[in-house]
Design a protein around this ligand. Structure first.
Ligand code: G1P
Ligand code: ZN
Length: 538
């Protein structure tokens, strides 16, 4: 039986950098998730009778909203939903399922790397038929719909049993519960040389993968341990938990500190990696070497032809604007396109679809390629393993040799978290107003507010971050986070190019100290926010 439930709009359902993300307590309000999901469906065309993929990162509140989404899909006329067993799908695995099974789209329940649990965050995101996040045009339409919605349709309870794989029905709709790992693992096997990695393991090569109590546990156990043959225990924190075991599932040196302390000093595993809540981010470390995500993108691109999936070469490399320019140097040397997009994965979709870029990445621990339309944590780990297996060098040697060949882009991001929203906006507005007068002083060659003209669909996106570009190519970039759920987060990105290999061993914060001081004084960070130092440095 299909129920039509009367409702009234919520004012705060504007999708951010990556879907609608709010505190669990907000999502638990009656009709809150339903309003948003109905607004998504109301903004789509031609899905009647077609397939919808549904899955989530297993965080607190996932099992409730999964059932809601399935019941609403049935009531709105989808022909089939494909759901991960127990409601689990990593974000890249969901993207793959959408593409592989020609679904009309997918609903992903995740707040990515944000903490989970009753006091944590939750999120809903819609991905389109290419497997990628909905473009702005669609998220704008969804938001507009949330402002006028007056009812939603939902199949009467009960929902469906997601514990067993197989097919059942809900009203006129087929419900297919699938193993979340199988199709994804198959895709990875087509891209990378598993035999070469097995041979590397036989030489005594060891690694640890930290799943951080989140969704990649089952993927990593299957691929790294069962398929590649790394010994049991290689995967740490490999059971997905609703509160991630109390962890903050953000794979950086702070939150994945346990892994970093195991690998970085030496004497432990040769290689360490971690992924986030929904499996799209990655952290890469080796003995004595943390690989920044910006460098990782450049290194993967420079070595891509060593892997079967990219043996034919790359069409181009795309990076988000605040990501360091290390990848541009590789693109230049390879004679391929280098693309600069606004922050957020949705901007890469068109470039990948149009064959303009093959690899893409962000400084925020995201790397990916044409294989799906999301960033992909385990994919990056496997690509590193494939390259390590072929080059038989340590992570540190691969990185330092890369710098020696291309020069080093010293790079750091300083986050000022949980700043008063008004103060943060005030800082940005004041900077924006001063843009014309900033160039020509302090070595600044140009100062602007980044705008992006999509080369494929011609759309223009403005106000994507204030850029101070120095005469020597150094950059300071300011933008406000679009994924937070409380207050504002000011992100300051600082970069400087160093061609002299004799100076590549410098500590990053020291190498950037002059620019860091400038980043604070030019924007008046202390005056506006009351903060003398950032909360997180990556
Ligand atoms: C952050 C990252 C951005 C990433 C997004 C989703 O967004 O900076 O690169 O795409 O999370 O994972 P922000 O909070 O900066 O808007
Ligand atoms: Zn994520």
């Amino acid at each position: 039986m299909i129920l039509t439930i009367a409702t009234t709009p919520f004012e705060d359902q504007k999708p951010g950098t990556s879907g609608l993300r709010k505190k669990v307590s907000v999502f638990r309000q009656p009709h809150y998730a339903e309003n948003f999901i109905q607004s998504v469906f109301d903004s789509l065309e031609g899905f009647q009778g077609r397939t919808l993929v549904i899955g989530g990162d297993g965080r607190y509140h996932n099992s409730e909203v999964i059932q809601t989404a399935i019941r609403m899909a049935a009531a709105n006329g989808f022909g089939r939903v494909m759901v991960g067993q127990n409601g689990l799908l990593s974000t890249p695995a969901a993207s793959n399922l959408i593409r592989r099974h020609k679904a009309s789209g997918g609903i992903i329940l995740s707040a990515s790397h944000n903490p989970g649990g009753p006091d944590g965050d939750f999120g809903i995101k819609y991905n389109i038929s290419n497997g990628g996040p909905a473009p702005e045009k669609l998220t704008d339409a969804i938001y507009a719909r949330t402002r006028t919605i007056s009812s939603y349709r939902i199949a009467a309870p009960p929902g469906v049993d997601l514990a067993r794989t197989g097919e059942t029905r809900l009203g006129g709709m087929a419900v297919q519960v699938v193993d979340p790992v199988t199709d994804y693992a198959e895709l990875m096997r087509t891209l990378f040389d598993f035999e070469a990695i097995r041979a590397l393991i036989r030489t005594g090569f060891t690694m640890r993968f930290d799943a951080m109590g989140a969704v990649t546990g089952p993927y990593a156990h299957r691929i790294l341990e069962d398929m590649l043959g790394f010994p049991g225990g290689t995967v740490m924190n490999g059971t997905p938990l609703p509160d991630f075991g109390g962890r903050h599932p953000d794979p950086n040196l702070v939150h994945a500190g346990e892994l970093a302390r195991l690998v970085l000093p030496g004497g432990g595993p040769d290689f360490g990696a971690a992924s986030d809540g929904d499996g799209d981010r990655n952290l890469i470390v080796g003995r004595g070497m943390y690989v920044t995500p910006s460098d990782s993108l450049a290194i993967l691109a420079a070595n891509a032809t060593l892997t079967p999936g990219y043996a034919g070469g790359l069409a181009g490399i795309a990076r988000s604007m605040p990501t360091s320019r290390a990848a541009d140097r590789v693109a230049e040397k390879l004679g391929i396109g280098a693309w600069e997009t606004p922050t957020g994965w949705k901007f890469f979709g068109n470039l990948l679809d149009a064959g303009k870029a093959t690899l893409c990445g962000e400084e925020s621990f995201g790397t990916g390629s044409t294989h799906v339309r999301e960033k992909d944590g385990l994919w990056a780990v496997l690509m590193w393993l494939n390259i390590l297996a072929r080059r038989r060098l340590s992570v540190a040697d691969i990185v330092t040799r890369h710098w020696a060949e291309y020069g080093r882009n010293f790079y750091s991001r300083h986050d000022y978290e949980d700043v008063d929203a008004e103060a943060a906006n005030g800082l940005m507005n004041a900077l924006r107003a001063r843009l014309p007068s900033l160039a020509g002083r302090n070595g600044i060659a140009t100062a602007d507010d980044f705008a992006y003209d999509d080369p494929v669909d011609g759309s223009r996106t403005t106000k994507q971050g204030i850029r101070l570009i120095f005469a020597d190519g150094a950059r300071i970039i300011y933008r406000l986070s679009g994924t937070g759920t409380a207050g504002a987060t000011l992100r300051v990105y600082i970069e400087r190019y160093e061609p002299d290999a004799g100076l590549h061993g410098m500590e990053t914060q020291a190498a950037l100290s002059g620019l860091i001081a400038l980043s604070r004084s030019i924007a008046g960070i202390g005056t506006h926010t009351g903060r003398a130092a950032p909360t997180v440095i990556t």
